[in-house]
Design a binder for this molecule. Structure first.
Ligand code: NI
Length: 256
């Protein structure tokens, strides 16, 4: 089995007592690569540190919409400096979150579009977070356009119609643990229909724990449960699905 957890937050304090063992379990489960994703400057730096310690970990640096209001005037320069590191494979996570609205919406939009422009300049793929903001997010993407380095809709939660438009723009679609929940009808449909060369899987650990561990702390090894469910809805063997998604992730994040 070869797996790629394309989105995790393993710098989270919830792993402080057993991070090494948790990453060891991921290796044993067949996880070959993990992208550890920053959501502000501090966690972007932490992601880089993990990438320096663990060969299988790569980093993404960016400002999450929750943290947009606190980004500070120098955040673009800081991100650009960090992005020069050879293990930084993407800019993100970035986007809009109108569910929790932790930053004012105009600030979310400004910090998002600034990072899209930075990613284009640096020729890096982008990692998009979108929660209850589909309308404004798609408006921005239609106007600002995805760069040639591409991007991923992380923890995809929209309709198949929206997925089709994202795919046409050049995005990959990443499926997380909620696809394993029995009531996730819309998400299973997207997972079944997405083209085989644009599908990714992720944990978003420590969040979004898949069944059968729902409600407990998530970890990268559990990406296998998402792989198994996506394989089931596509009528594939888990191992083939895992390999396919790993190749897709390597292509997007340019990992040899
Ligand atoms: Ni995340």
């Amino acid at each position: 089995m070869i797996l790629f957890d394309t989105h995790a937050h393993l710098d989270d304090a919830g792993y402080n007592s057993d991070r090494d063992e948790m990453i060891q379990r991921a290796r044993q489960a067949g996880v070959a690569h993990i992208v550890n994703v920053g959501f502000n400057l501090a966690t972007s730096r932490e992601s880089l540190k993990l990438a320096e310690i663990y060969d299988l970990i790569y980093a993404a640096v960016g400002i999450h919409p929750h943290d947009a209001a606190e980004a500070g005037p120098g955040f673009m320069d800081e991100l650009e400096k960090m992005a020069a590191h050879p293990k930084v494979v993407a800019i993100g996570e970035m986007g809009l979150d109108y569910y929790r609205d932790l930053s004012p919406r105009p600030v979310q939009r400004k910090v998002f579009t600034a990072q899209m422009a930075l990613a284009k300049k640096l020729q890096k793929p982008i990692i998009i977070h979108d929660r209850d903001a589909h309308g404004d997010l798609m408006d921005i993407l239609r106007k600002d356009k995805l760069g040639p380095a591409g991007g991923v809709m992380h923890c995809y939660s929209g309709s198949w119609e929206m997925a089709r438009e994202c795919l046409a723009m050049g995005f990959y679609i990443s499926i997380a643990g909620p696809v394993t929940f029995s009531n996730a009808v819309k998400l299973k449909d997207v997972a079944a229909k997405a083209p085989q060369d644009r599908l990714l899987i992720e944990t978003d650990a420590p969040y979004l724990t898949p069944a059968p561990y729902r409600g407990r702390r998530n970890e990268s090894a559990y990406v296998i449960y998402t792989a198994a469910e996506v394989a089931r809805v596509r009528g594939m063997e888990t191992e083939d699905l895992a390999k396919m998604c790993t190749e897709n992730g390597r292509r997007l994040f340019r990992i040899a």
